[in-house]
Ligand binder design. Structure first.
Ligand code: NDP
Length: 334
């Protein structure tokens, strides 16, 4: 059973992950790390956690802790993950895994060498909606996939308008924040990795020194084309994903989200069908699969290599937008 140490007194931990950890039978959350003594103590108190630390080595020295969840700002993931791996803790790391491809690869290789379980917290793979969409595609219900479109332009809530919109050094910007999720979701559905991308990014009212909007087009090895739109500034656009194939199309609305909601329609020669799905909590499912993987059954929903690849696509999108050129995705040999 997993006894967690939380690396980072973050909002995602308090709003989703602690509850999901505790939902696993026998699991416990023992400690939290914060750079700020008072914030760490308050976070521990508010979330019923016994210990708070400001020293990572002290948290890792607790032999009862056998898994850590890293949800600090993005520039810290690399060093914290390497320290946790060296201490033989299983690691669930937030996306993007790191600021650079080389750092992400180093983390994943270190975890493999140590023989611990390492996962990336891409929650969308765990959504009942996305599992149903993947079933439709893999069962051939739309034939060969010709194209996909991802609509992930949202209104970044006021309380998240900190480092995400003004701090490039902490990993801010919509590309590391949302494009990584879309890259993982497309890879999940199509079972293939984008080859190259073109992109445009910009600011549309929120980004200060980082992009708050981006559009990109990706080529897949099968020949399928993927179009994506991510933004922090779109209050009324709604989210969605579409797959268009030789025998049908899938239209999913409101599904690029943390909640188990949305609608899916399958349109083919028989007309239009509403597709049902299981509406379980995404993060609880992810934690359940991770817990089983640590126990030796199966693999995490999104493992370390998935985290490397989603980051690789996001980095290519950023480079394509910066250079104005088509950019080949570098997966660092993975
Ligand atoms: P937060 O901004 O809530 O927390 C990040 C860090 O900011 C914390 O580690 C904390 O540092 C510091 N911090 C928190 N509150 C304050 C405060 N009031 N004043 C000053 N500093 C503060 O981050 P998020 O939860 O939004 O994101 C954390 C990570 O999780 C990111 O990597 C992000 O990409 C990812 N994420 C993933 C999601 C998913 O669904 N997979 C969803 C949301 C985020 P300290 O620990 O030192 O106290």
């Amino acid at each position: 059973m997993l006894r967690w140490g939380l690396i980072g007194a973050s909002r995602i931990a308090s709003s989703y992950m602690i509850e999901a950890m505790r939902a696993q039978e026998g699991a416990d959350v023992l400690s939290v790390l914060s750079t700020d003594v008072a914030r760490g103590a308050r976070f521990a108190d508010e979330n019923g956690i016994a210990d708070s630390y400001t020293d990572l080595d002290a948290l890792l020295a607790d032999d009862r802790v056998n898994a850590v969840y890293i949800s600090t700002t993005n520039e810290k993931h690399h060093a914290q993950a390497l320290a946790a791996i060296a201490a033989s803790k299983n690691v669930l790391c937030e996306k993007p895994l790191a600021m650079s491809l080389a750092d992400a690869c180093e983390m994943v290789k270190a975890a493999a060498d140590k023989g611990i379980t390492f996962a990336t917290n891409h929650h969308l793979r765990n959504a009942g909606t996305h599992l149903a969409i993947k079933d439709l595609i893999s069962n051939g219900r739309i034939g060969d996939v010709l194209s996909a479109r991802v609509f992930h332009a949202v209104n970044l809530p006021e309380h998240l308008r900190g480092w995400r919109i003004n701090d490039a050094s902490a990993g801010g910007g919509v590309i590391p924040d949302i494009t990584v999720h879309d890259a993982d979701t497309i890879r999940f559905h199509l079972d293939e990795d984008p080859v190259d991308v073109v992109a445009k990014s910009g600011t549309s009212g929120m980004g200060e020194g980082v992009e708050d909007s981006v559009m990109s087009v990706w080529s897949m090895p099968s020949g399928a084309m993927v179009q994506t739109h991510e933004s922090f500034t779109h209050g009324f656009a709604g989210t969605g994903i579409e797959f268009h194939g030789t025998r049908g199309s899938i239209f999913a609305q409101g599904v690029m989200t943390q909640e188990p909601v949305g609608t899916i329609r399958l349109v083919d020669s028989n007309g239009e069908t509403a597709v049902s799905y299981e509406n379980h909590n995404l993060y609880k499912r992810s934690l359940g699969v991770f817990t089983q993987a640590v126990a030796g059954t199966g693999r995490p929903s999104a493992d370390g290599v998935d985290g490397i690849k989603s980051l690789a696509v996001a980095l290519a999108v950023r480079e394509a937008a910066r250079s104005g050129r088509q950019t080949t995705v570098d997966y660092g040999g993975f």
